[in-house]
Design a protein around this ligand. Structure first.
Ligand code: BES
Ligand code: ZN
Length: 448
């Protein structure tokens, strides 16, 4: 079945093992690949995070535990019904506000609900699933206003020589490596192995950036980790600039751990785009003023779950994320050469900043398109109240329709990675211009 677009946001409110959000990351300097060995410190970090969350909210006792096999789905009022007025098949809501409604469903119904919504509503009707009723209830209120940071474009002398080194062959090679895994499904061994490969590659490429560290973020509920590379800021380390994309892939709407899902475009291309930015910044020995974090999210294809875990944890810890950019599908030139910026579920002033960066540094025009729903991980950040925007390969209607099938191969996107090169330039320019170079242009001596 070819992709037509659907909307499920099943962000289970599970325990997040993200020490970075609470400042426990400092001791970790390399990939934490052994999941078994990682479990104990990760659990300690999670408990610390949970304690911090309690302290921040002023709540002493632990929240009620999640109910086994049950999820609480929040659906925005705008998404509740198709324009034709047809109801989404979720039964009666258990809570409602002017903004959203919450439904209780068993977890095993999620793929079927997603498919029904997809068939009935095509690209209308996003929803998020949470592990507890309390988590879901938070969606009844509007998110807090995003932190206002002035975005400027004034580092041309640093950016231009670095982005000039972007290589199509490097991006192609990363796409080929990731697409060669049978799939990168969130419950498959190959999904874990692909995440480990990305962690090792980012770690190696970042060696020349002072203080860079890599963390495999374990999620509760499934085995695929997210990958977070941190390059600490020299002057405003508490202000974080995030560049992300999902690392998982899926075949069909029910998924299935064994099905072939190369996900060359969705989303090996986004990860390859980020990897090329890490390579270019690493080669330059870039040192930012603000902290940079590169994120490969787990489990996006089953409802933005990895990114939702991370964004919620950052919010709970009061982490100051000043900007998030999402790369999900960068290599299929379905509408020619422009970079398309999403206009919904994004921060308008950040998107205006991206438009300037595209025009200044990529050599291709900027254009706009609309998903119509929370179609990728930027929506997780937006929903947690952070400024997030997204760059996309084409107009929404002319995107690669082979995604979510065994035909999402590099060959079916033209056989090369030429379209992604401009996105790698955008990622690199975004990192430099948003985090800003540390003193003396923020470059290692060899690169000056
Ligand atoms: N890459 C796709 C879809 C997409 C389209 C992202 C346009 C960005 C711009 C993404 O991985 C995906 O399949 N998303 C799901 C939604 C998710 C909440 C399960 C979809 O579109 O059905
Ligand atoms: Zn995707």
């Amino acid at each position: 079945m070819a992709y037509k677009g659907k909307a499920v946001m099943a962000a289970a409110g599970s325990l997040v093992l993200l020490a970075a959000a609470v400042g426990i990351q400092a001791a970790v300097t390399g990939p934490d690949f052994d999941q078994g060995v990682a479990a104990k410190p990760a659990l300690a970090a999670a408990k610390a995070a949970a304690r911090l969350e309690g302290a921040l909210s002023g709540v002493e006792q632990a929240p009620p535990p999640p109910e086994e096999g049950v999820v609480w789905i929040s659906v925005g009022k705008d998404d509740l019904t198709h324009p034709s007025g047809v109801d989404i098949p979720l039964g009666a809501p258990v809570m409602s506000s002017a903004r959203a409604s919450v439904y209780r469903v068993t977890e095993d119904r999620l793929p079927a609900i997603a498919e029904q919504m997809h068939d009935k509503f095509h690209k209308c009707g996003g929803f998020f699933a949470h592990g507890t009723r309390e988590e879901a209830a938070k969606d009844l209120q509007a998110p807090p206003p995003a932190a206002a940071v002035a975005f400027t474009v004034d580092q041309g002398a640093v950016v231009r020589p670095i982005v000039a080194k972007a290589q199509e062959a490097e991006i192609r090679s990363t796409i080929e490596t990731l697409a060669a895994y049978n799939n990168r499904y969130y419950t498959a061994d190959t999904g874990v192995q692909a995440a480990q490969w990305i962690g090792a590659r980012w770690s190696q490429l970042a060696k020349n950036m002072p203080g860079a560290s890599l963390r495999m973020v374990t999620h509760s509920g499934w085995k695929q980790p997210s990958v977070v590379l941190t390059v600490p800021g020299s002057e405003k380390p508490e202000e974080i600039v995030v560049l992300g994309g999902h690392l998982d892939s899926i075949s069909g709407w029910g998924g299935g751990g064994g099905a072939r899902a190369p996900g060359a475009d969705d989303n090996a291309s986004g990860i390859a785009t980020l990897t090329e930015a890490v390579r270019l910044l690493g080669e330059a020995g870039f040192r930012p003023k603000r902290t940079l974090q590169f994120m490969g999210y787990a489990a996006e294809e089953v409802g933005l779950r990895g990114s939702a875990d991370i964004a919620k944890q950052y919010k709970a810890a009061g982490t100051k994320v000043v900007a998030v950019i999402q790369f999900d599908m960068t290599n299929y030139p379905g509408s020619g050469e422009p970079i398309f910026l999403l206009t919904d579920n994004v921060d308008p002033s950040l998107t205006a900043h991206l438009k300037k960066l595209v025009e200044a540094y990529t050599g291709v025009p900027a254009a706009e398109t609309r998903c119509g729903y929370g179609c990728s991980d930027h929506a997780s950040w937006t929903r947690s109240g952070y400024p997030a925007s997204a760059a996309f390969e084409s107009a929404f209607d002319t995107m690669n329709h082979q995604i979510h099938t065994d035909r999402d191969t590099l060959g079916n996107a033209g056989g090369d990675a030429r379209h992604s090169v401009a996105f790698a330039k955008l990622a690199t320019a975004f990192a430099i211009e948003t985090a800003k170079p540390a003193g003396a242009a923020g470059l290692a001596p060899a690169s000056r």
